[in-house]
Every structure is written in structure tokens, then in C-alpha cells.
Design a protein around this ligand. Structure first.
Ligand SMILES: [Zn+2]
Length: 80
């Protein structure tokens, strides 16, 4: 049985994310499939929980500014 896998290695993909309001670490929540050319379709309400085990802060990021990150490098490195 063939299971289709993730289309490509995530090397060159950009991820959309926000900065945690508490620890300022990036919280990645979506792959930017448009390569930054078009605005992503945002959910009406965006509540995210910080991935950092020691933080775990949950907040509403609906109005937060989105940043783009590349996951394979330093995740804190933003690409504009
Ligand atoms: Zn955090």
C-alpha cells in the first residue's frame, strides 16, 4: 500500500509563524506555500500554544503580525 508522502523535503519551505508573547520564541503554525508572494488565508481566529516546553503560553494571535521562518536553519532567523 502506497502512502503519499509530504511532497518535498521541507528544506526550502518557509513557515508562517508568530512570536510567542511570553518568551518571544517563534511559533510556527503553517507552511507558506506561496513563497511569500501572496498573503495566506488566515483563520478567523488564531489561538496558538507556545511549543517551548518551559513556556507553553497560550494566546490569541489573530491580530498578531506574521513572520516567515525557515525551519531548517535557526528558527529564530526571520526572512523578510
Ligand atoms: Zn513561549
Amino acid at each position: 500500500m502506497h502512502i503519499s508522502r509530504w511532497p518535498k523535503p521541507a528544506n526550502d519551505l518557509q513557515y508562517l509563524g508568530v512570536r510567542c508573547r511570553k518568551c518571544r520564541k517563534p511559533i510556527l503554525f503553517a507552511i507558506d506555500r506561496n513563497g511569500g508572494e501572496a498573503s495566506p488565508t488566515m483563520p478567523r481566529k488564531l489561538v496558538l500554544t507556545c511549543f517551548q516546553a518551559e513556556c507553553g503560553h497560550q494566546a490569541d494571535y489573530t491580530d498578531a503580525k506574521l513572520s516567515r521562518f525557515r525551519k531548517n536553519h535557526n528558527a529564530s532567523q526571520e526572512t523578510k
